[in-house]
Design a protein around this ligand. Structure first.
Ligand SMILES: Cc1cc2nc3c(=O)[nH]c(=O)nc-3n(C[C@H](O)[C@H](O)[C@H](O)COP(=O)(O)OP(=O)(O)OC[C@H]3O[C@@H](n4cnc5c(N)ncnc54)[C@H](O)[C@@H]3O)c2cc1C
Length: 394
């Protein structure tokens, strides 16, 4: 049993697996983290999110007074839930930003903010998006230029955000904006909760090469918000954003499961497509490559669990998460690219006769690059490993 998986936790896994089988929404599986394609899908995803919160499988780390399991919650449980959702190819709950903002509100919000937002996040009724990145501020997020200026007891916000996942469906945004341009850049940022239906908010979905619109551009034109939109103190936005991101530690484990599942699908694919007139699986080059990819996925899994064990012992290293993130995202591209190579000409057929696995590999291939950018690009991960892990010069 890995990473402290006791018999009790394995029983929990069986229970979660059964729950996922019974309750996962009937939405065709897609690669990665995707938004709803229409209102009907949105309703299914919201109901799925509500069910996961109600069962205590999501939001377990919240304090008991807000519906979580408080001190009895264990990180291993989050890992198991993520792994079982991935194993079933079920969609993630539609509350990525909701869970993130919830921690910011729980740790730094006022009682009014807690009462106003937390219950709705748990019931799936209130949906948040994350308004951090801008056209000129992604890797270097602290350079963000969206301005929030004091006005009439509240603030007026002007600027542009981009890459806003679920922005087209969200009720509220968890926003970072500059409130003081005259102090060092990390210190002049504040965190806000804004109503996405406020006058001056313009959300424009971006259709990606996968064919779906998962993120958006968001334009903010003199948007008026009250003083109660501010989370914590003015100028504390950088600290608040980083502390809420630190709660998201379990995601990489389900990514390893996702890749293991993809290697299994690759083996099946190699049994059905032909290469040089014979089933590809009979070609030694193909077998070698699949073996190599499979070994790398197992190495990733070991790396992830070693990192999580260090988290539980409170001695995690700064390079643990970047190494897993880099390996996971780059391996995802390699596996999907090899699958398309095996598909040969049929790899360009995305629907109808001749389409392999209902276009699964094209979708994996086109989406895989998103993971090499989202949550810190591969280059930034390499910089952290080199500079902070190996002590190399900047
Ligand atoms: C699928 C997806 C969903 C996302 N969802 C959200 C969301 O909901 N909300 C949100 O706020 N953001 C979201 N993001 C944005 C994400 O956080 C940024 O894309 C990411 O931080 C990179 O920033 P950027 O796109 O501005 O690229 P840039 O920072 O402009 O980087 C461009 C290129 O330069 C390289 N580069 C940059 N700096 C360095 C350096 N110092 N050394 C070496 N190379 C460097 C990068 O690796 C990259 O190749 C999402 C992104 C993706 C892909």
């Amino acid at each position: 049993m890995k990473y402290g998986m006791t018999t009790e936790l394995e029983e929990f896994r069986t229970e979660v697996r059964d729950f996922v089988t019974r309750h996962a929404p009937d939405i065709a599986p897609k690669a990665g983290v995707r938004s709803a394609e229409n209102a009907a899908e949105l309703a299914l995803l919201k109901e799925w999110t509500r069910a996961l919160f109600a069962a205590g499988y999501v939001g377990g780390s919240w304090p008991r007074e807000f519906g979580g399991n408080g001190d009895s919650h264990r990180l291993e449980q989050d890992i198991i839930v993520g792994e079982e959702i991935s194993r079933r190819r079920a969609p993630a709950p539609i509350q990525g930003a909701g869970n993130l903002v919830a921690h910011a509100i729980i740790d730094h919000g006022t009682d009014e903010q807690k009462n106003k937002y937390l219950k709705g996040i748990r019931t799936g009724e209130v949906m948040f998006c994350q308004l951090f990145s801008e056209p000129g501020a992604g890797s270097d997020l602290a350079s963000l230029r969206t301005r929030a200026t004091r006005d009439d007891g509240g603030f007026r916000i002007t600027g542009q955000k981009v890459w806003t996942t679920n922005g087209q469906w969200a009720d509220y945004g968890y926003l970072l904006a500059r409130t003081d341009p005259d102090v060092p850049k990390h210190k002049g940022i504040s965190a806000f909760l804004i109503d996405m239906r406020s006058p001056g908010v313009d959300v424009r979905p971006l259709r990606e090469m996968t064919g779906t619109a998962d993120f958006n551009e968001v334009f903010l034109d003199d948007v008026a918000v009250g003083a109660d939109a501010l989370i914590g103190q003015a100028g504390a936005g950088w600290m608040i954003a980083n502390s809420s991101l630190a709660h998201e530690r379990s995601g990489v484990a389900n990514n390893a499961v996702r890749l293991r599942r993809n290697v299994a699908a690759l083996i099946e694919l190699a049994g059905t497509v032909h290469r040089h007139g014979r089933p590809a699986i009979e070609d030694a080059v193909v077998v070698d490559r699949i073996g190599e990819l499979s070994a790398s996925v197992e190495a990733l899994s070991a790396l992830v669990y070693a990192g999580l064990t260090r988290v539980s012992r409170n001695d995690s290293r700064v390079i643990d998460a970047p190494m897993s993130k880099l390996m996971f995202s780059e391996l995802g591209v390699e596996i999907a690219s090899f699958a398309l190579e095996l598909c040969a000409e049929s790899g360009v057929v995305v629907a109808g006769d001749g389409c392999v696995d209902h276009g699964r590999w094209q979708d994996e291939f086109l989406y895989a690059r998103a993971y090499t950018i989202a949550g810190g690009s591969s280059e930034i991960m390499r910089n952290i490993i080199a500079e902070r892990g190996l002590g190399l010069p900047r």
